[in-house]
Design a protein around this ligand. Sequence first.
Ligand SMILES: [Mg+2]
Length: 367
Amino acid sequence: MKITRISAYRVELPLHEGSYKWSGGKSVTVFDSTIVAVETDAGITGHGEVCPLGPFYLPAYANGVRAGIAELGPHLLGEDPTQLGKLNRTMDAALLGHPYVKSGLDMACWDILGQTTGQPVCVLLGGRYGDDVPLYRAISQEAPDAMAGRVAGYRAEGYRRFQLKVGGDPDVDIARIRAVSAVLHPGDRLVADANTGWLMHEAMRVVRAVRDVDVYIEQPCRTYDECLSVRRHTDHPFVMDENIDSLEMLLRGHADQAFDVVNLKISKLGGLTKIKQARDLCVALGVAMTLEDSWGGDIVTAAIAHVAHSTPPELLFSTTDFNSYVTVSTADGAPQRVNGRMAASTAPGLGVRPRMDVLGGPVVVVE
Ligand SMILES: [Mg+2]
């Protein structure tokens, strides 16, 4: 089988809540997502999606996805999309870095592999564990009482895991954590994700002030070394995210005992092939994971579900249903949340059928 054409579509994804706010005053009102179609000479087409969380979260931006596909695409024409190890080596040889560019292409090729073999991607990624997987809900940064209200509302919809967007004024963040903690029930899990927003002294004040609260602390500071310093001065369960963007950083963090849970994102690592490597390493090392992506719609959510559903449940801390945050549906067949949980499709491949009327015409075509 050979790749004959690669197309990219640009889709805007507005948010049900109107906006999403996190550390340092950063916010997004409409996400700019790229959906990738990889066509083959066998008549099978696979789909992927890449949606950076704006241009200021990770070193990735939406126009960069499209420019990167135009750059990388010609190297992939004629390649076999089902030979994913070879395909990734070809991508890495043709374009250094830019894992987010490769993510949608790799995802689309896994979709092709699944359709070709008649297997859902989660089976190809290792197997399906249980009936469904637990979701967290990200709580956009607002005043403490407003965030507590959001948590109560999403709790009523079935979520039991909540990720507060903090990383602002430390005194307000302390109030946010306390206000939300007060509305939780036994068994709920609370993560305070600063998304690199605190300086070390601010992080130290926050963790000391909430020492009596059952809360995980996620990525308090900008750099790995700053986070490691905070980690060594607190007994809260600790999550690292933004700095863990490669196998090298995962191994270094594990050797340093820098985290109790690690957050792995598909496009941060470079696609399903690479998140599978990191996920399998974490399983072997006994490190629990949040498995997700930077953002996305139906296709990213489908891919996340396949990664999460193929992960041993005791090592899956949480995952995300991004398609329930946005007002536009880009594909049929994507997972739909039920009681704070979702399940990967049992159909071959990713199990999604893009809505071409929503996608419109392609903005990049390589053939
Ligand atoms: Mg995070």
